[in-house]
Design a protein around this ligand. Structure first.
Ligand code: SF4
Length: 280
């Protein structure tokens, strides 16, 4: 697995650190153990009764349950391999759907049972989702990429209304919206500010992106990733120096790196490439 710093020795954001992935791996292994345990009980409890009806019935049931267990363990191993190697396995899109719709709710319950905080489970979900979205490696043109930002990034004293139209920002520099808007112009990528899930869903419906990069807290990113499925949504956690929902911040460099990752190489012109060099 990756270290907690990147190649330049810079610290990685929370969702890319080992503990986030480790939480997911731990819960995944636990879910395999629970599946094996439940399957054994389902086979063992009616064992005598089934044998009385038909001597072969316990073995037929055992074969069916073995298939279920092998399916779950095989899926878990493939998922782990994708997360660890970052390679695009041929059914990773389906796998992402399985993780989002089926596995994650189970892992939340399991995590609660063993006392893992829900924020940690959310963070691990975002980290694994990001790995899977990256593994799909979809490259799109700028207009098919959408960057969704939370309203709390805006300075609380700013009187300009940027929800609905981020271009209303006057680029005074009191918050990161200025830098983000410049990023949007440099790469030609649509960027929107949403006050909540309803507006975010409306923006996604109207712009119909092929890939979304979302910035938000753990809870909003998790629900956003689930809401926008099957559109691949890459999550970047915001930074909260003053607590939640108030003058929050974001790692612009990381956002730029994500934008560049999802854009088709031919859209990365010498203009935005040289600007990227200045940033990093
Ligand atoms: S950078 Fe834009 S959004 Fe931020 S305070 Fe200045 S005008 Fe308002």
């Amino acid at each position: 697995m990756e270290d907690d710093v990147n190649a330049k020795g810079q610290k990685k954001p929370e969702e890319f650190k080992r503990p986030a992935i480790k939480t997911f791996v731990l819960l995944l292994l636990l879910s395999c153990v629970v599946t094996i345990g439940i399957s054994f009980l389902v086979w063992w409890v009616p064992y005598v009764g089934l044998a009385n009806i038909q001597p072969n019935l316990p073995w037929i049931l055992a074969s069916v349950l073995a298939c279920v267990v092998l399916y779950v363990i095989g899926g878990a191993l493939t998922l782990l391999l994708t997360v660890i190697t970052g390679k695009n396995f041929f059914f990773s899109k389906r796998m992402r759907g399985m993780v989002i719709k089926v596995l994650f709710p189970i892992l939340v319950v399991l995590g609660r049972c063993i006392g893992i905080k829900k924020e940690d489970v959310w963070r691990s979900f975002i980290a694994v989702n990001n790995k899977l979205v990256r593994a799909e490696a979809k490259k799109v043109s700028p207009e098919r990429l959408l960057v969704l930002l939370p309203h709390c990034l805006q300075n609380h004293n700013c009187k300009f209304r940027i929800t609905g139209n981020i271009e209303n920002c006057r680029k005074c520099g009191k918050c990161k919206i200025k830098d983000l808007l410049e990023l949007s112009h440099r790469y030609g990528v649509p960027m929107a500010v949403a006050t909540g899930g309803t507006l975010a869903r409306k923006i996604v419906k109207e712009t119909r992106p092929e890939v979304i990069i979302g910035v938000a807290c753990e809870r909003d990113l998790t629900s956003g990733i689930q809401d926008t499925y099957p559109i691949p949504a890459f999550g970047i956690l915001n930074i909260r120096p003053f607590g939640p929902c108030y003058d929050t911040d974001v790692d612009v460099e990381m956002l730029e790196e994500a934008i560049r990752h999802f854009l088709k190489p031919e859209t990365l012109t010498s203009d935005n490439a040289s600007a990227h060099k200045q940033v990093v």
